[in-house]
Write a protein that binds this ligand. Structure first.
Ligand code: 0L1
Ligand code: MG
Length: 260
């Protein structure tokens, strides 16, 4: 008999998060934990987050860039949830007390004007539903030791969610070249990562379309007012206590995050 099932994996992931405890991936012991099973676990834990009072704010994509896929050795993008419990204000340090081994990655963020429901969403129809664009940074964390996981594990773990910050400056989607938009990530003043919006599926709007089409497989949609984090543009950098991480976009502004 398998040691793990959907209910016990869901409970263990929330316990690891609460106790700041990492573990080996479930797929080592339960290889049947595939992406579809991972989504059922992810959704079950979203229900638990909402039942304990968190508010659903939107969607985040994972592994939409080649840099992230290569680093994590998982070669398909996926979607997950963001809640108000994950929000950082500009100027907030990394919430080390809540996280196990935080890493920071730059993200292009959309705020939605219209409901976006797949299937059949294209980059163009996705972008037509966007109210505004902002730069941001995600502080990812993983309940898996050394961020070692397979696709089903990381989908179940809400795509390594931790925290995120959105830079206050917003632009209309018509006023920015999202393919060319550059970003640099500095660690303690040293340039560590560079990328452009094109690194996210060729255009972050492709990632948005992908999210809507993927959610439709579960009968879900992206709602007006929700945020969408389109996925790390570059590989993530570690953010230990004492470090200073700066994410600097070309036109979308910059944010400095202290490791705490
Ligand atoms: O731990 C990870 O890197 C998986 C989540 C990926 C998040 C992203 O690509 O934005
Ligand atoms: Mg991310």
């Amino acid at each position: 008999m398998a040691k793990w099932d959907e209910e016990s994996v869901a409970a263990e992931l929330l316990a690891c998060e609460a106790e700041r405890r990492d573990r080996e991936p479930f797929t080592d012991e339960w290889p049947e934990l595939d992406v579809d099973t991972g989504y059922r676990i992810q959704d079950a834990n979203l229900e638990k987050r909402l039942a304990r009072g968190e508010k659903l704010l939107g969607v985040k994509l994972g592994l939409t860039s080649e840099a992230k896929q290569r680093r994590m050795n998982v070669h398909a993008p996926f979607v997950a949830w963001v809640t108000d419990d994950m929000v950082m204000a500009v100027g907030d340090p990394v919430p080390q007390a809540k996280l196990i081994h935080p890493r920071i990655e730059p993200e292009i963020v959309f705020v939605m004007k219209d409901r976006l429901e797949g299937p059949g969403v294209t980059r163009e129809s996705a972008m037509a539903a966007v109210e505004s664009v902002a730069g941001g940074a995600e502080v990812i964390d993983s309940r898996y030791r050394n961020f070692r996981f397979r696709a089903g594990d990381v989908v179940a773990d809400n795509a390594s969610s931790g925290a995120y910050v959105v830079i206050e400056k917003t632009v209309s989607p018509d006023d920015i070249d999202l393919i060319a938009e550059p970003v640099e990530v500095y660690v303690d003043g040293k340039l560590e990562q560079t990328g452009t919006g094109a690194d996210v599926q060729g255009h972050p709007g492709e990632a948005l379309a992908l999210a809507a089409n993927d959610l439709a497989r579960r009968g879900l949609a992206i709602e007006p007012g929700q945020v969408v984090l389109t996925g790390g543009i570059t590989d993530a950098v570690f953010a230990p206590p004492g470090s200073t991480i700066e994410v600097r976009f070309g036109t979308l502004g910059s944010v400095t995050i202290e490791g705490g």
